[in-house]
Design a protein around this ligand. Structure first.
Ligand code: DOR
Ligand code: ZN
Ligand code: ZN
Length: 447
């Protein structure tokens, strides 16, 4: 018996933006010490020689489908998928069934998630056309999520006075508005115009760059008026990114995210993979994809998230109009970014920061995102040298497919720890029998 519950020895840990050789001692689920000398007085000792120890990945944009669509993903399968991807904290979207637009519905969801979660979690709260009172009542939330264009589920704000109101309340409550930025009017007009086309290519003609720009412009003007913090999800075009940068330069509190979907695919892939790559916003051109990489490397993005949007393969294999929009991604994103760093597409330290420290800071999540004394021992241990082939059969998500099936990646998650508990090791989930360790996985926020 030692004085610490766990020691992680001999790893290279991500500390202050670079890698250092050090040893981590864990006590009560927190990082108790970071030491220069190896630690022997611990109940459990893990040797991390040759591995990198990262802060647990924080995915600020997932759709775990609880309540209402558990056949696509439930919180157990979603948690396992997260652990497989090295993700220790998720912020879940409100486009459930029913949509999470009242404080009561949020409390019901909270109970369901608390019962099942293996990982840390937080919730984005939905804005609807008439729920301003609920926005005031919702407690412990990451943000107000605003859908300016319709997508999976029925969350949509297409009433300008409701839009105005939510920016005002968010500002008063010091909450951020997180936007799915596509303009509903433009989408509807285009859908009518191209209703007789049926290839996946038509998705781009309906969900155009203009639709994205129009919504962002509108959101920016309200954010300016009410001094609201604004976050634009899954930027998909060059022009959208530059619009956001202009607003940033003008002093607005605006941030944005990129997801691997838009970094690794462009319209040519959509032609090959069809409805599997049907996603909102649509996947744009090679020019856009390259601009997103350039933006990533020039610090124009604030976070990398996945927009993990599980749908079953049989649903996705339907024809264009029937197939649902959305792509699972939580199990592949870290490896994709590690592999990208090996290929010199992005600096490793930068990618890690965008997946850990930056989402924690952006959403003001307490005690997470860094390897530091006193922080929660949410840790992801990776083997940067390990090559593997992405396979559907290896996934834990109920959706059980990935558009990256068959590709070879270098950089693999070896172990994932949540608050000091080893929950994923060597391709397997370890179900923690200790109930105590499962308690209190909901995140708190500063401010
Ligand atoms: O393609 C999408 N799918 N975009 C969204 O905004 C929602 C998501 C989903 O929930 O399936
Ligand atoms: Zn979205
Ligand atoms: Zn989403």
């Amino acid at each position: 018996m030692g004085s610490y519950e766990l020691a992680l020895n001999n790893g290279k840990l991500f500390f202050n933006n670079s890698f250092i050789d050090a040893h981590i001692a864990v006590l009560d689920g927190r990082i108790a010490e970071i030491k220069k000398v190896e630690i022997h007085d611990a109940e459990q000792i893990i040797d991390c020689k040759g591995k990198l120890i990262l802060p647990g990945i924080i995915d600020a944009h997932v759709h775990f489908r609880v309540p209402g669509n558990e056949k696509k993903e439930d919180w157990v399968s979603g948690s396992k998928a997260a652990l497989h991807g090295g993700v220790t904290t998720v912020l879940d979207m409100p486009n459930n069934n029913p949509a999470i637009v009242t404080a009561d519905l949020l409390e019901e969801k909270r109970k369901l998630v608390e019962k099942d979660s293996l990982i840390n979690y937080g919730f984005h709260f939905g804005v609807s056309n008439g729920n301003s009172r609920e926005l005031k009542n919702a407690r412990n939330i990451a943000s107000f999520k605003l859908y300016m264009g319709s997508t999976t589920g029925n969350l949509l704000v297409n009433d300008d006075s409701a839009l105005e109101k939510c920016f005002e309340i968010a500002s008063l409550k010091s909450k951020m508005i997180v936007v799915h930025a596509e303009d509903e009017k433009i989408i509807l007009q285009n859908a009518k115009k191209f209703q007789n086309e049926s290839t996946t290519k038509v998705h781009n003609k309906i969900r155009t760059v203009e639709a994205e720009l129009e919504a962002i412009k509108k959101a920016i003007s309200y954010a300016k008026q009410f001094k609201t913090r604004l976050h634009i999800c899954h930027v998909s075009s060059k022009e959208a990114l530059s619009l956001i940068q202009d607003a940033k330069k003008a002093g607005l509190h605006i941030s944005c995210e990129v997801t691997p979907t838009y970094l690794f695919f462009d319209e040519r892939d959509v032609e090959k993979k069809g409805s599997l790559l049907k996603v909102n916003p649509s996947i744009k051109t090679e020019k856009d994809r390259k601009a997103l990489w350039f933006g990533l490397n020039t610090s124009q993005f604030d976070i990398i998230a996945t927009d993990h949007a599980p749908h079953l393969l049989e649903e996705k294999q339907q024809d264009y109009w029937k197939a649902p929009s959305g792509i699972p991604g939580i199990e592949t994103s870290l490896s994709l970014m590690l592999d990208a760093s090996e290929k010199r597409l992005i600096q490793l330290e930068k990618a890690i920061k965008l997946m850990t420290e930056m989402p924690a800071a952006l959403f003001k999540i307490k005690n997470k995102g860094k390897i530091e004394k006193g922080y929660d021992a949410d840790l992801t241990i990776v083997d940067l040298k390990k090559e593997f082939v992405v396979k559907n059969e290896d996934l834990f998500s109920k959706s059980a497919w990935t558009p990256f099936e068959g590709i070879k990646l270098k950089g693999k998650v070896d172990k994932t720890l949540v608050k000091g508990s080893l929950l994923f090791d060597n391709d397997d989930i370890i179900i923690n029998k200790n109930k105590e360790a499962k308690a209190n996985l909901e995140v708190g926020y500063y401010g």
